[in-house]
Design a protein around this ligand. Structure first.
Ligand code: VGL
Ligand code: ZN
Length: 200
């Protein structure tokens, strides 16, 4: 059985949002078309409390996009984004939501960031997504969403480690940086993921 994972298709990652991913909106018609072809559609939602420590605003002497240490983990400091309950944290109204059976929220602990839909960045706490997919008989996971070089990449990596066959839908993702996108694809390929186009 095959699942489509829609990663963080939220207003703050779309043009006009707080952490807009270039051309992020271009994936929406693609993922809307794709949903019909899957046994199961699941979404993740970046869902931070207002004082989340991944926000540069929570560090007096730091700038946005600076890298720091957060409780022993390397942390990029982001603009405030996807704050729980705000319009920026909502899914795009352009995204078809009728087929989404479950939504896994992440990034709720202010002390640790969570790029992957499966685990926080320290791999300490699971969201339950792996067990949920297995309980539904899913063996193959197809990833789409934002950002290709952060949350989609880390979700794909964890999906591989969880034993799923992984397909990274190259035309149904967009990245924060072009170099990050190339690195993410090369690393995933090496780990055994298939990088494919959605029409395949
Ligand atoms: C993301 C940075 C911070 C993502 C989430 O969804 O890729 N990136 N929080
Ligand atoms: Zn975030």
């Amino acid at each position: 059985m095959r699942a489509l994972l829609l990663i963080d298709i939220q207003n703050d990652f779309l043009p006009g949002g707080a952490l807009a991913v270039p051309e992020g909106d271009a994936i929406i018609p693609v993922v809307n078309r794709l949903q019909q072809q899957f046994d199961l559609v699941v979404a993740t939602q970046d869902w931070h409390p207002p004082q989340h420590k991944s926000f540069a605003s929570q560090h007096a002497d730091k700038n946005v996009f600076e890298v720091t240490d957060l409780n022993g983990l390397e942390q990029v400091l982001w603009p405030d984004h996807c704050v729980q309950g705000t319009p920026g944290a909502a899914f795009s109204v352009e995204l078809e939501q009728q087929r989404i059976e479950a939504i896994f929220r992440k990034g709720t602990d202010p002390e640790v960031d969570s790029y992957s839909g499966f685990f926080d960045n320290g791999h300490r706490k699971s969201t339950g997504l792996g067990g949920y997919l297995r309980s539904k008989g899913i063996t193959e996971v197809y990833l789409a969403g934002l950002a290709a070089d952060y949350c989609v990449y880390f979700s794909a990596k964890d999906a591989l480690a969880e034993g799923f066959k992984v397909y990274y839908l190259e035309d149904a993702v967009r990245a924060i940086s072009a170099e990050g996108f190339d690195k993410a694809k090369a690393d995933l390929r090496e780990r055994g993921a298939q990088i494919i186009q959605s029409h395949a």
